[in-house]
Design a binder for this molecule. Sequence first.
Ligand SMILES: [Zn+2]
Length: 317
Amino acid sequence: MGATGYFTHPQCMKHEMGAGHPECPERLSAIEDRLLVTGLDMALQRREAGPAALADIELAHGRMHVAALRGLSDNLRDDVAAGGPSHTALDSDTSINVHTWEAALLSAGAAIEATDAVMAGELENAFCATRPPGHHACRDKAMGFCFFNNVAIAAKHAVERHGLKRVAIVDFDVHHGNGTEDIVAGDERILMVSFFQHPFYPEGGSQSNASNLLNLPVPAYTRGMDIRELIDMMWIPRLEAHQPELIFISAGFDAHREDDMGQMGLVEQDYAWITHRIKDVALRHAKGRIVSCLEGGYSLSALGRSVEAHLRVLADV
Ligand SMILES: [Zn+2]
């Protein structure tokens, strides 16, 4: 069995969106604490991510979106130096501080480096404990706590730079990965399978008609047993038919029963079960190659325990 990478960077803790915002730096501390207290960190190959190249970001995003975020960041830095406010709001729940630009590049960079490492055979699979998250970031728009779509960028990197013919993105966040869908819809090299609470933020997702998307909207209060059945009936046959050479995971843990951001009923054992199922497909078709990127998960204790469950399966410990 190959090694499991754990990609992160201290700069990802410096991006924050204001006091009391749920997508907070403490999320990463909660994960780190859990790895330390359980000793699981000893089973992981820890790597510090480098920033993504703009050319890679632009595999998934319009040049104007990238330039606008950089411009806003430069303006904010000047404003803060002149004694102005510490944040610039992009929408009602998404804002930048002076560290956001660099953290966003590192978050995408971690996904790319993890992809390179599993493709090189240095690692069998990897988890990116980075923020900001990515799956709501559309080709030309930041939204929902997301600026660059880390998973979509890495998936495009895998097919464009590594020449893979088939990859898959599995999204188990409680929210619909609308940004990922916006970027990959119609790209038959990339199969996206997901479930999400519906109706719910960010709306949409239930009527996507691109043939490379399998969206499973589920009602609030759906429990793990129902999700497992859906996965076996719907996800697995599609993944098996696609035969992905590499599987990306948009790993959001906000469908956990204790997470108030959503109203679903998953628990740690469900995340372990889902990870097992994904890993089985990866072992059959992709030499075990999985790159998993943190998305949501806002109950700090549940997040730490759920990531532990996810990593135990990835690392086989
Ligand atoms: Zn979410």
